[in-house]
Design a protein around this ligand. Sequence first.
Ligand code: GDP
Length: 297
Amino acid sequence: LVRLRQRLAGSQSGLGRGLLALLSRDRLDEDTWESIEDTLLTADVGVAPTQELVEKLRTRLRVEGGEDARAVLREELLTLVDAGMDRRLQVSGAEGRPGVVLVVGVNGSGKTTTVGKVSRILVAEDRTVVLGAADTFRAAAVEQLATWGERVGVDVVRGAEGTDPASVAFEAVKEGLDTGADTVIVDTAGRLQNKAGLMDELGKVKRVIEKQAPVTEVLLVLDATTGQNGLIQARVFSEVVDVTGIVLTKLDGSAKGGIVVQVQRELGVPVKLVGLGEGADDLAPFDPGAFVDALLG
Ligand code: GDP
């Protein structure tokens, strides 16, 4: 976790440090405030949140003076990432049935990798896990999940290429029930070409699962480096299925952490996990305090 924090700090600290440097200038003139806005916008904080934050900073620093700029900035950034949201993963079922985690998102966002990493975390917590490879349109995705299954030591239920995704999801949950697993994680296909098709498909997958066990979490996986496109995708998915948590991947490579703010506002659900690399351990709970501290360096 320390290593992950360092990596996050390394890639994101430009934002916070840049802001602090600007805020600690002797005179906060209009040029400085504009630079602060640019810094926030460049980090993908978004127009409305940027304006709100700058407004608050201006007011507070006028009243409280510049000395506590760091503390004020920390507090306002925490408010911006909505530090109070419940970010626990809901992975437990009830009455002898497994909890089911549905993982959705466009192809390439890091869905399959995230399923692998989450299963690893759950296994490390002594939970028994079954994976369902319901992205049946891409043979490579099924293979990739199977490889994760071997690596983590969990069963992967898969169908032949082109099998109905819902039937794979059904079989995975059935195996979870039969074996008394704690959690079933279902990887889905992420073809966005056709919203109605996606809606039909994910709707059916969800209905079929719920015949057997509760869907306790719907995780939307988003690539943090895709900016506005990612937000548009998020909107489409949230219209298709009730998203309960966001996984922001590839936060290691860019200083675009501000997207956390935008996507939470857009969907009204918390970022629960962040992906910080391609490796098996490179997934961490999203911790607003640690995130903001990393920003501030
Ligand atoms: P899917 O198509 O949504 O299932 O995406 P994949 O899980 O296949 O991931 C697409 C690519 O992104 C792969 O090369 C992954 O290794 C990579 N990837 C996934 N998560 C992360 C992350 O958090 N950081 C980085 N740097 N790469 C990631």
